[in-house]
Ligand binder design. Structure first.
Ligand code: PRP
Length: 207
């Protein structure tokens, strides 16, 4: 049996996805000592997990240092990496929306959009026929309209609490997001039996 390297996002998604693998019948220790370890070997299953920043998972998978990985649809749309999307795991569901201060219009001449998803935002407004200026930020996006940096933000909404607590309202629902199982195209061919087995076991849990 070939060894399978799986790139996993650190944090909450890791826990949910790891539990899914246990539920799918993989013989994994119930408790993993996370500490600061970035690699976990499971010799019984010939599986090796590498723990990455969520946005780096598609990078590891594209370069083939991980055969498969778990990545948010938001990251996949934004980075557009050369990976196969195998399965919607339907976990970590949220969506991308535009938001801003209530009852405000976008500046007509050069509306400014703050986001950590410049590509998603740019293609959305292009599709809408709006010419916008994108201001790329790395976090606390909700601040931008509050301090006059942008007319709108394009960001993840999960519970809606961050928008509400900062006095912002949603304007447009852009796209739904959930975690996806992705594969390196070469690994998908070379290790097809193992990967297909994993996909069909996880598929049963999703449906
Ligand atoms: C994300 C996102 C929103 C928030 C949405 O931020 O950018 O700010 O979660 O969640 P909610 O709808 O449940 O309030 P994250 O926590 O990743 O932190 P960030 O500000 O550093 O991006």
């Amino acid at each position: 049996m070939n060894e399978l390297t799986i790139a996993m996002p650190k944090g909450r998604i890791f826990e949910e996805a790891y539990q899914m693998l246990i539920d799918a019948g993989f013989n994994l220790p119930e408790e993993v000592e996370m500490s600061r370890k970035l690699m976990i070997e499971i010799p019984e299953e010939k599986i090796r997990f590498i723990l990455a920043k969520p946005t780096d998972v598609p990078v590891y998978v594209e370069h083939g240092v991980a055969d498969i990985g778990i990545a948010g649809k938001d990251t996949l749309l934004e980075l557009n990496r050369n990976v196969h999307e195998l399965l919607d795991l339907k976990i970590s569901k949220c969506y991308i929306a535009s938001a801003g201060l209530p009852n405000t219009q976008m500046n007509e001449i050069a509306p400014r959009i703050a986001t950590k998803y410049p590509n998603i935002a740019m293609s959305y407004y292009k599709e809408m026929g709006e010419q916008v200026e994108i201001i790329e930020l790395n976090g606390s996006i909700e601040l931008a309209p509050m301090i006059g940096l942008a007319d709108r933000i394009v960001d993840i909404v999960s519970t809606g609490r961050t928008l509400k607590e900062n006095g912002l309202v949603e304007y447009e629902h852009i796209t739904d997001v959930s975690s996806r199982l992705i594969a390196n195209p070469v690994s998908y061919r070379m290790k097809s039996e193992r990967i297909q087995d994993l996909v069909s076991r996880l598929k049963k849990l999703v449906n």
